[in-house]
Structure formats: C-alpha cells, structure tokens
Write a protein that binds this ligand. Sequence first.
Ligand code: BGC
Length: 404
Amino acid sequence: MSGPFPPGFLWGTATSAHQIEGNNTNSDWWAFEHSAHPLIREPSGDAADSYHRWGEDMDLLAAAGFTDYRFSIEWARIEPAPGEFSAAHIDYYRRMVAGALARGLRPLVTLHHFTHPLWFAERGGWVGDAAVDLFVRYVEAAAPILAEGVQHVCTINEPNIVSLFAAIREQRLPSVDLRDITPDPGTTDALIEAHHAATVALKARNSTLDVGWSIACLNVVADAGADDAATDYARTRQTIFTEAAQGDDWVGVQAYTRTRIGLVDGRPVVVKPGSDVERTLTGWEYYPRAVGDAIREVRRTAVDVPIIVTENGIATADDLRRIDYTKGALASVHDAMQDGADVRGYFHWSLLDNYEWGSYGPTFGLVSVDRLTFARFPKPSLAWLGALAPAAHHDPKEDSSDGP
Ligand code: BGC
C-alpha cells in the first residue's frame, strides 16, 4: 500500500443478510432459488448461519482491528406480510447495532440488499402499485433500528443490479450473465424514486444521519471505435444511478473489475476476458485498480459527493492473491485521494465466504465457514487487512479537527 488513510476513515468489511443469515424463507430470492433457473446452482439454505452467529462474526472483525461493519437488515423478516411488522425482528437488528457498538464497530446499515419480501415481488415488485410507498413504509417501520449509534445508512445496495435482476425475472430471460441483460426501465425509475423518498423519510426523523446508496461500478472501457456504444452501455446500467446520488451525504462505490465493450459487425458486445487474462472465481478479470478507476468516474458524475468504498474484493481460493489484489486496490484508492477525491472509508467484500447469489462456489471471504458446523476459520488476509486500520476514530482531539 502506498500510504496511510486519515484518522476517522471508516475501515470495515461488508456483508448482506440474505448471503450470510440463512433460511430467509419469506423472501423472493428464496423462492427464486427453488425455481430451477439457470442462474441457480444451489439454494442458500443455512448460509453461514449468521442469523445465530452474528456476535461471533463481529468478534472476529473487531479482534482483527477493524473499526466498522456494514451489514444489511432483511425486509422479508421485518415485514413478513404486507403491513405486518415483526417487533421481534426489529429488536433483533437493534441488538445487532448495539452489539457492533459494544465491540467498537461503527455500523453502516443497508436497508435493502437485493432481496424483497415474497409478497412484494408477487404484487409486481418495483413496478407494482405503490411500490415506492411500500418501501418507505418499511423504512419508517425499521427506523428504531437506526435510532441509536448509527451514522451511515445505505438505502438500496446496487440499484443498477436490482434492475438487471428484475429484467431477468420479470421478462423470464434465461441468461445467466448479467452483463448481457438490459435493465428494466420501470424498475430503474422506481428505485431512484424510492431512494429519494426513503432519504427524505429518514432525514425527517433524524436530520443528522448520513444517507446514501451504493452503485455497482462497471468500469466500462471501450475498444477502438466503440466509444459511443460504451457510453450507451454504461448509461442505463450505471450512470443514471450515480447521477441520482447528486446531493446525497455520500455515495457508495462498489468495484471489482472492468467491463470491455467492443463491436462485432458494428454491433456492441461485452468482450469477456480470455484465457490470456488472469480471471477470478467469478470469471472476472483480475484488475486491482478497478476501485480507484471507479472512484475517479463517480467523482465526475456525482460532483462533490463524499465517497465511501462500500464494497471491493475478489473471489479466489488463493488468499495470497486476495492480499495482492487488495494491496493494489488500496493503492488505487490512495492515489485517487491524492488527486483530490473525497473518500471517507473502505469496506472489504466480504467478511465471510457466503452465498454468491446462486452458488457457494465463488469465495470472497476473509474468513471461511465450514458448511456443516458453521465454524469460522480466519484466513491470513483478515489479520493483514485489519492491521492496516487507520488511527482510532474515538480520539476526541481528532474528532474536533476539521478532517474529512
Ligand atoms: C453485491 C454482493 C455480491 C458481490 C460480489 C455485489 O454485486 O452487492 O451482494 O456478493 O458484489 O458479486
């Protein structure tokens, strides 16, 4: 790495409820996992059983030196039937927030990470009647979870990917590669409206919250002659969502690799990385600078909006490659900051090997999980990355400075 990050910089790992909790049986994803779609190689089942073991997860994180934890709360558990809210699950997630704080971890809470209650999906998802109002009603009901000790809230994780999933599912497309799909325009509009409405609702309750959303940054690069095609490709899949972050308290950058757009017979295509290129377990090009490139691009689109790297990581069975990738990634973050980017934090994806939306194959974790006993086994990368934590955030002298 090429330099330290400033005191107060958020230093954490990220997870999402459906991918680690297990048995999220009331969600649309659970139903999808049992629908024999080619995207699904196996169902999520017990996942990492973090529903019962979140304390153990947070212990590992704090012991390694991290100061922050990004996790999501599950709409399908909080509102299992329309308008019926589970006080027990609201309390459950309140205890997670309190548990993080008790361990010295600042929680960044995501309200929506890809999954919906099944009833919401069945009434049309984001293009169903009053979808935005229903989301805001859920956000209002979940507000007690954010009432004490939560500073950063992410309304919707990767809305651009939610819109692609909607296209796959609403239009019953058989493709298993999201890069070939066009987002669902109605879903895109509704998600942007939902983000803005949820932000207003959250701020009305607590104006000091820092609210944003996180974008899947595709790092679209054009082959010769394909500039216009690349711009068009990025527009509906990313740019429109980044523009919607203008005026927010922060915007989340999530980047893993880059996407090449070329032309075949004058027609735009995604050029998949070939065997001459190192590829990760997701088939993506090994490209550590992805996150730095993404920061630079987001900064040009959502001008003056502080950036948090809310996800960055690599699916690999070789933990040394993970460390190498992350070194390169952090150097690229640091370089972007040297060039003036206002970056406030870095969250590595992911704390645990988890359910990668259809399969347990791609392992992104700093910690592996025995799929039968749920025992956690930290990989060397956990201690390595935790030890790079910037100076402690709770020094009152630092807190009173004018720093970022
Ligand atoms: C998502 C995660 C996912 C990760 C790796 C992001 O698209 O937010 O849920 O596991 O990238 O694919």
